[in-house]
Design a protein around this ligand. Structure first.
Ligand code: UD1
Length: 424
């Protein structure tokens, strides 16, 4: 298993280019299931989750061409196996995104139920409820969700779907299903993430009729058929936020190329309140910091977009660990998303957890140690902490990091970090 060796204490300077967003790439790969025509996705990030999703759709019979230039060419004209098996689903919960498109185009799907996940139980009840409202019958058999159209139907039908909570992949499943359903679908309480907007734009390019994406109410009028398209995947705002936190902590001056301020206002606001200088410049976002010791720790609470993203909680907490003062970090989206805390404590952080709240007391210096990555964003928080810790930190189990960050160590190395991947 690969590990990272990081020697802290260096400021970060220069330019870093963001990759395409993982959370847009995954649904957009599934959107290719909606048409028999070729689909080209540009700006595909090199991630383990992307490799898993490609394996999944290949398994279904999708023809995949993945040249080295960041494009992926897909053709689902001969799909013969509308199934997502457990071996693939268990490593990536986003496999559930195949359910909506398969049902919409083929009227059948068999998708393994995602098992327990490190950051919480993460059920899929809302996906099932919404697709059932559109005329699907979904039963659980041998650990799989087995879905088909209810008797007498040849297509899904439009429906009004109001989910009990805001769900990102749920909204995406409904968008894709509704694009080919008969009639109008209204999604109330829809997720508003930029990745949803990007997916909807791709579907519109394919011929879908969608309005209101990017708001909490989306209207879709189904069409008979969708056609192929070429779509450029939006830049990864979570990768951007991770670099902003890293530079804030280490000090330095970095241009985050392709970063879009409007996608990350909640994080930018907290960083500015802390004392970091962040400016929108041509081509991206510039971040300047004199280092964590000059920054004021910030309390925050994770909420759905446009609030503070749960996917940035761990990275910002790493910054709070070395900033001035005490902060309160409240996680409201996932019930078990503080697994980085024990590892940060191993590096000398002062954190106490009380249910959904972590109380962080800033310390002057962290000290390098061996730590273990426990999930994707937790890994990134350990990397940030290691970049400011005294001495060497070894981050084990970085396969979690590779799920969602495209060559993070290469990008940080180019900014001046002392970081090395060790294969073992
Ligand atoms: C997506 C993102 C993930 C991010 C999360 C929240 C992708 C591939 N992943 O995950 O990076 O952390 O949004 O921003 O885009 N819930 C239910 N029942 C359901 C669906 C969700 O109870 O059927 C709950 C979840 O357990 C969680 C909350 O709703 O507490 C939000 O989850 P959701 O938005 O669905 O997360 P994902 O789409 O899995």
């Amino acid at each position: 298993m690969d590990k990272l060796l990081i020697r802290g204490g260096r400021a970060l300077t220069g330019q870093v280019t963001l990759s395409g967003a993982k959370n847009a790439a995954l649904p957009e790969l599934c959107a290719a299931l909606l048409t028999a025509d070729p689909v080209t996705l540009l700006n595909m990030p090199k991630l383990r989750d992307v490799t898993t999703m490609l394996a999944l759709i290949r398994h279904m019979g999708v023809e995949v061409n993945h040249p080295q230039d960041g494009s992926v060419l897909l053709c689902a004209s001969d799909l013969n196996n509308p199934e997502a098996p457990y071996e693939l689903v268990k490593t990536m919960r986003a496999s559930v995104l195949a359910l909506g498109p398969l049902l919409a185009r083929f009227g059948v799907a068999r998708v393994s139920l995602p098992g327990g996940c490190a950051i919480g139980s993460r059920p899929v009840d809302q996906h099932i409820k919404g697709l059932a409202a559109m005329g699907a019958e979904i039963v659980v058999e041998h650990g799989d969700m087995v879905a088909r159209l209810s008797a007498g139907r040849s297509r899904l039908v439009g429906a009004r779907i109001a989910t009990d909570m805001v769900t990102v992949t749920g909204t995406e499943n409904f968008l894709m299903a509704a694009a080919l359903a008969d009639g109008e679908t209204i999604l109330e309480n829809a997720a508003q993430e930029p990745e949803i907007h990007d997916l909807a734009e791709m579907l519109i390019q394919m011929g879908a009729n969608i309005e209101g994406h990017g708001t909490s109410r989306i209207r879709i009028v189904g069409v008979e058929k969708l056609h192929g398209c070429t779509h450029h995947i939006v830049a990864d705002r979570i990768e951007a936020g991770t670099f902003l936190c890293a530079v804030a902590a280490t000090g330095g001056d970095v241009l985050v190329r392709h970063g879009r301020m409007e996608h990350m206002e909640a994080v930018v606001e907290k960083l500015r309140d802390a004392g970091v200088t962040i400016t929108a410049v041509e081509g991206g976002i510039r971040v300047q910091s004199k280092g964590a010791a000059t920054l004021k720790a910030q309390s925050f609470r994770t909420t759905e977009y446009p609030g503070f993203p749960t996917d940035m909680q761990a990275q910002y907490m790493a910054l709070n660990c070395v900033a001035q003062g005490t902060s309160k970090v409240t996680e409201t989206i996932f019930e078990n998303r503080f697994m980085h805390v024990n590892e940060l404590v191993r590096l000398g952080a002062h954190i106490q957890i009380d249910g959904k709240i972590a109380l962080v007391e800033g310390v002057q210096q962290l000290s390098g140690a061996t730590v273990m990555a426990t999930d994707l964003r937790a890994s990134a928080s350990l990397v940030i902490a290691a970049l400011v810790a005294d001495g060497q930190t070894q981050v084990d189990r970085i396969y979690h990091l590779d799920r969602g960050y495209d060559q993070m160590e290469t990008k940080l190395g180019a900014l001046g970090a002392n970081i090395e991947r060790v294969h073992s």
